[in-house]
Design a protein around this ligand. Structure first.
Ligand code: 5GP
Length: 129
């Protein structure tokens, strides 16, 4: 069965898209730790990041870095934190999280944004790419 992220990639369920190229997509996390929390996802569905082909893994990091730079320009924050977990969605994704404090990386402190705010945020990140 396809992962929820494959369904997003195929356009079967919506997302607030931030960036996309031939092999990767980035969209806002639906339950963000912080404003601008973004997921960078390879279109090829694979469960564990270190099972990726080395070149594909390095390309994911290059793509994530580009998105992180756009986040830095858009969201006032100390820095962009990076995390890979995958316990909830077994389809590789890099969490990019604009952080100011350690709690922003804990996945226990969440922020609520309206659909309109998410839409506007995704658009401004896209424009900073
Ligand atoms: P992990 O698998 O790394 O533990 O966490 C999965 C992440 O994906 C969570 O932060 C969760 O909020 C996010 N997520 C789960 N389902 C969806 C979805 O349908 N759309 C979006 N944009 N994010 C999702």
């Amino acid at each position: 069965m396809s992962s929820i992220f494959t369904k997003i990639i195929l356009g079967e369920i919506p997302c607030y898209k931030v960036a996309e190229d031939e092999h990767f997509i980035a969209f806002l996390d639906i339950n963000p730790n912080a404003k601008g929390h973004t997921l960078c996802v390879p279109k090829k569905e694979i469960n564990r990041i270190f099972d990726m082909e080395e070149s594909h893994y390095l390309e994911l990091m290059r793509f994530s870095r580009k998105v992180a730079k756009a986040l830095e320009k858009t969201i006032p924050c100390d820095r962009i934190g990076i995390s890979v977990i995958g316990l909830e969605v077994p389809h590789v994704h890099v969490h990019l999280i604009p952080i100011n404090e350690m709690k922003d990386m804990t996945f226990q402190h969440k922020v609520k944004l309206s659909g309109e705010e998410m839409e506007a945020l995704a658009k401004s990140i896209q424009e900073s790419l």
